[in-house]
Design a binder for this molecule. Structure first.
Ligand code: ADE
Ligand code: ZN
Length: 354
């Protein structure tokens, strides 16, 4: 297969689609050097970098676990409601730039709760940031509360209860799981997923990133309907078949996977096998400033590597709309807008749609 369009043309065409991104982290996704340095100064802290160039050196990763250590250090800049609101708004600005209309952000309270940041400050920041994104940037921002896998079981349950208590007020639409995967099976926190499911909250989990197929199964056994990453599922053909059969969406983040050495190079990424298995996949940029990425960069990169072509990329972007945790009426409106914009692309140059 070959890439069908010049990357600049492809990016400009995909820009016209009203998009959804489902796998971005509020904390790591806000750590643009300028914002991180501003937050650090406001909080009287110093960071291990002073400008964009030294941040690029610092943001060099060798594994998921080493990345999480760097994330924890950088995210120590988030302390107050205003810090959180600024972090949410920065992602609204980036979303608007890419014509992302609905955005689900993971919020991992475990990254800051150990330092004593009050939950009320986090919630206030989410409420204010979400309001700014709607009013100033035309972006609908929703939140998925991710449990830090390494939390003690009782503390994790407390985070679920906090999330449920702020659900309507803060636009919380789901529960997820993240941070170090190795040594912390999802099943340890099964009671947390059960409590959220009982309250009707949709479930997802990071799994199969640096853990294998067993880790994906473990997350499925906790009742999740989406998997974040899931790229190691290719180890197990029966798991691939099950994900396809149940139409479990994988929110795949190709450039993050290369940056964290989950795959030695993009050429060795499992995306083509996941697509060949008939599993619904969408593309995402995970923590964009830390991986020098964004949604359109991911699209262009996988097209250049695997020659997916525009029609396939449009289908992957559409999967994000279809599988989001957005309320049904708003989702139906966005899907209609997406399909109309996709049809306009197809009408202009029907050559590679099909
Ligand atoms: N937190 C932020 N990014 C993450 C990732 N890629 N995996 C697990 N936890 C994360
Ligand atoms: Zn992630």
């Amino acid at each position: 297969m070959e890439a069908t369009r010049h990357p600049d043309t492809l990016a400009a065409r995909l820009q016209t689609l009203p998009k959804v991104e489902l796998h971005n982290h509020l904390e790591g996704g806000a750590m643009y050097p300028d914002l991180a340095l501003r937050l650090a100064a406001r909080n009287g802290m110093t960071l291990p970098f002073q400008d964009a160039a030294s941040a690029a050196d610092y943001y060099r990763f060798t594994s998921l676990d080493q990345f999480i250590d760097i994330l924890r250090t950088t995210v120590a800049t988030l302390n107050t409601a205003e810090d959180y609101a600024d972090a949410v708004e920065r992602q609204g600005i980036e979303a608007r730039r890419q014509n992302i209309r609905y955005h689900e952000l993971f919020v991992t309270y475990g990254l800051v709760s150990r330092r004593g940041v009050p939950w009320e400050a986090v919630v206030e920041g989410l409420v204010e940031g979400r309001r700014r994104n709607a009013d100033r940037h035309g972006v609908d921002t929703a939140f998925i509360i991710d449990l830090d896998r390494t939390l003690p079981a009782d503390e994790a349950l407390r985070h679920v209860q906090l999330a449920l208590g702020a659900r309507e007020r803060a636009g919380i639409v789901g529960l997820g799981l993240d941070c170090q995967e190795a040594g912390f099976p999802a099943g340890r926190l099964r009671h947390c997923f059960a409590a959220a499911a009982e309250a009707g909250l949709p479930l997802t989990a990071h799994a199969g990133e640096d853990g294998g197929a067993a880790s994906v199964r473990d997350a499925l056994d906790c009742g999740v309907t989406r998997i974040d990453h899931g790229v190691q599922a290719v180890e197990d053909p029966s798991l691939l078949a099950e994900l396809a059969e149940r139409q479990v969406l994988l929110t795949v983040c190709p450039l993050s996977n290369v940056a964290l050495r989950v795959f030695p190079s993009l050429a060795e990424h499992s995306l083509p096998q996941l697509l060949a298995a008939g599993i619904p996949v969408c593309l995402n940029s995970d923590d964009p400033p830390m991986f020098a990425s964004d949604l359109l960069t991911e699209c262009v990169a996988v097209d250049a590597q695997f020659g997916l072509g525009e029609a396939r990329l449009v289908a992957l972007l559409r999967n994000a709309v279809v599988h989001s945790f957005q309320a049904p009426d708003a989702k139906a409106r966005l899907l209609a807008d997406f399909d109309a914009a996709a049809a306009r692309l197809g009408d202009e140059h029907g050559d590679d749609h099909g």
